[in-house]
Design a protein around this ligand. Structure first.
Ligand SMILES: CC(C)(COP(=O)(O)OP(=O)(O)OC[C@H]1O[C@@H](n2cnc3c(N)ncnc32)[C@H](O)[C@@H]1OP(=O)(O)O)[C@@H](O)C(=O)NCCC(=O)NCCS
Length: 174
């Protein structure tokens, strides 16, 4: 089973989430707009962020999730994760968010690529999927610009997938 590792991209540092990320996670998730497309209830207290982090740390131990903070010049900017990891470790679901002040700068595309490098080159994954709401235009556009392929749609939710052949073919063409 692969272990989570820090990831560096051009402008960002992705670090395995830790207790001290609670204020950043609370700031993101206490925003009343946050639940609109994520379906996550608005956080009311820092304790909710702290206990969420404790659950994530358990996932690091049993290999069911990888969760990184996204940092720009040392500041917490958001988070990105591979979760719902299949028992054989070959498939995972991608999730991500940015604090509002770090949006609109292409950070999430950069973080997604960093995590895909990790998933395919280090963790030996064979498929990464995402299930965005199709009304979440920026999320869908971020996945498409990272090269994800839309495989299906059910109601307002689309299933996007990426696998190593598609990813490295896209990289070769960059
Ligand atoms: C989803 C999220 C991480 C995207 O980050 P962002 O910094 O806001 O996204 P960007 O500004 O880089 O925009 C992403 C893409 O959408 C495009 N875009 C932005 N507004 C658009 C619009 N109105 N119509 C079409 N495309 C649009 C951008 O041009 C960009 O395309 P590119 O990747 O080809 O450059 C961020 O909005 C967020 O944290 N949202 C709340 C949590 C969330 O929804 N998470 C995802 C759950 S699936």
């Amino acid at each position: 089973m692969a272990r989570i590792e820090p990831i560096k991209t051009g402008r960002l540092e992705l670090n395995p989430v830790k207790d001290s990320d609670a204020p950043g996670i609370f700031e993101t998730r206490s925003d009343p707009d946050y639940g609109k497309y994520t379906g996550i209830p608005t956080y009311q207290s820092m304790e909710e962020a702290s206990s969420y982090i404790q659950r994530l740390l358990g996932g690091f131990e049993d290999g069911t999730c990888f969760f990184w903070s996204i940092r720009s010049n040392g500041s917490y900017a958001g988070s990105i994760c591979l979760w719902n990891i299949s028992p054989d470790g070959r498939e995972a679901e991608l999730g991500y968010d940015l604090l509002k002040k770090f949006r609109g700068m292409g950070f999430i595309q950069e973080a997604i690529r960093g995590v895909l490098d990790f998933a395919f080159a280090k963790a030996g994954m064979e498929r990464v999927m995402a299930l965005p709401c199709i009304e979440n235009i920026k999320s869908v556009a971020s996945l498409e610009s990272a090269g994800f392929f839309k495989v299906s749609q059910e109601g307002l939710y689309a299933r996007y997938e990426m696998w190593p052949e598609l990813y490295y073919k896209g990289k070769a063409q960059e």
